[in-house]
Design a protein around this ligand. Structure first.
Ligand SMILES: [Zn+2]
Length: 249
């Protein structure tokens, strides 16, 4: 097994420091790429970590309070174009692992019509516990897919090796459904953090994310991630492009 992780750039925006860090400076803006991860090299075929964003205007309207600069998505940053760069169609994706159920991470889940879908079990239970899903942080179309339309290919699971060399563990903090994905690559394990941290500076400054349903858990997440022995790739940190050229290894 020789897996590698490839960053697919799905758009970008800017977010102010008080959202990036608890108690951060609202006058400092941070570049926020939207990253979906393609994991290659397994016998099952190509795997995605998160599903990507297609409905940019809907996202920008819903997240206006945290976007210092709205999301812009170039034509080549659309998910189908990003997959085509690596020779895949959405129908060829064999599995989609969701780091959490926020719109920018799950919007296009219905594209991957042959994929197994992995989602945090206790996160999905929390997201669907409200009557008629009212008040849930997860898009209703996504919940409908997970528990109804695509229930036969959805695997709710916590803290398990879900595919050879790929394991997930629940982390919470940002949302009750937040989980991290560890991929065993040729260069050792890599951790896809989702939004458990937004940038590696959350670790280096010892400052948890400023957008957290459970701020105490978001702080605990720093300790969990700090103990990880390999590189950590958050979903909105340009480090993967700047330091690694977009793939690991
Ligand atoms: Zn996000």
């Amino acid at each position: 097994m020789s897996r590698r992780v490839i960053a697919l750039r799905n758009g970008s925006c800017a977010v102010a420091g008080n959202h990036v860090f608890q108690g951060g400076d609202p006058n400092v803006l941070y570049e926020f790429p939207l990253i979906v991860w393609l994991v290659e090299g397994g016998e099952e075929g190509p795997v995605l970590v998160d599903a990507g964003l297609g409905h940019v205007e809907e996202m920008n309207a819903g997240a206006a309070h945290v976007l210092a600069r709205p999301i812009v998505q170039q034509p080549e940053e659309q998910m189908t174009a990003q997959l085509a760069r690596w020779g895949y169609t959405p129908q060829e994706i064999r599995a989609v692992i969701l780091t959490h159920l926020h719109f920018d991470h799950v919007d296009l889940l219905d594209l991957y019509s042959s994929a197994q879908i992995f989602v945090s079990r206790k996160g999905l239970e929390a997201a669907t516990r409200f009557p008629n899903w009212m008040g849930s942080w997860a898009p209703h179309k996504t919940l409908k897919l997970l528990v109804q339309e695509a229930a036969d290919r959805t695997v709710p699971v916590d803290d398990a090796e879900i595919l050879p060399g790929i394991r997930v563990f629940w982390i919470g903090g940002h949302t009750a459904c937040s989980q991290c994905v560890v991929v065993e690559t040729d260069a050792g394990p890599a951790l896809l953090a989702g939004d458990a941290i937004f940038r590696r500076e959350n670790l280096s400054r010892n400052s948890p994310i400023g957008i957290a349903d459970d701020p105490a858990q978001a702080r605990t997440a720093l300790e969990v991630l700090r103990a990880f022995p390999g590189p950590i790739f958050p979903s909105h940190d340009p480090v993967i492009f700047e330091a690694y050229g977009g793939t690991f290894p």
